[in-house]
Design a protein around this ligand. Sequence first.
Ligand SMILES: N[C@@H](CCC(=O)N[C@@H](CS)C(=O)NCC(=O)O)C(=O)O
Length: 276
Amino acid sequence: MASKSVTFYDLQVSTGATISPFVWATKFAVKHKGLDLDIVDGGFTGIMDRTGGKTERLPAIVDDGKWVLDSWGIVEYLDETYPDAPLLIPHESVAVMLKALDAWFWGAAVGPWMRSYCADYRDVCFEHDKEYITSSREVILGGKLEDLQQGREDRLPAISAALEPLRLALRENDFLGGSSPNYADYRIMGGFLWLASLAQTPALAADDPLRPWYQRVCDLYDGLGNHPGLFPIFGLEQREGDPDLFMRETVMGGINKRNTGPASTQAETKFINKQD
Ligand SMILES: N[C@@H](CCC(=O)N[C@@H](CS)C(=O)NCC(=O)O)C(=O)O
């Protein structure tokens, strides 16, 4: 039996790839529910025309004639409307923790990457979007895109190094959802795929421990994240004087260091009491 489709308003660049992290996360969310995407193509300008005045921002979907706006609004709608399909937010705690994780990820990575790739962002857009993207992003970012992007090679290593909390979780689990993906994976992946839609130089090391998870999520739903228009985000070289791009050995502390009795802590106890 053919699966049901929802009309999906995409936000694309000249390669045909989706750019927006919100739109990427929502594409995965719709597929997670077993629904197909009936894509309405388009870039940044003309969103109001394409959607008949329904919205200035994307994503937006139409399901059985009902317009649903906003990435988080769409996720809530999908779980409410299709409760028998796998849940995107399987427990209210996932929403609470994901909002905290997402806020950290934007501060640590998406924002700094935006300032390091803002001219690439404009250059990859459709010709007819470039003027709008230049003027609007210069207002948002507070400067000329070329000036802001300049010197990014000195900033990218520290952004990569800051992603250690994700590596800690994803070294031990296939997905942020545990053994199977949920909306946490799609939401965070949205930021990586946004970067991949525009990056003219990689942001992460070739052997970054996040890479297997990145590929695992890209491969879901017949390779939804393997769009040919995406650029490589792995391949950043560490230069002399750069911070390590990631921690080669996981330093287990706090919540990750299980106390199973004195045998598990005595080496540390000896060390802190200066006994040998
Ligand atoms: N809160 C909204 C934010 C969506 C949003 O900001 N989308 C941006 C793309 S990342 C957009 O549509 N921009 C159109 C524009 O810049 O004119 C959501 O979660 O869906």
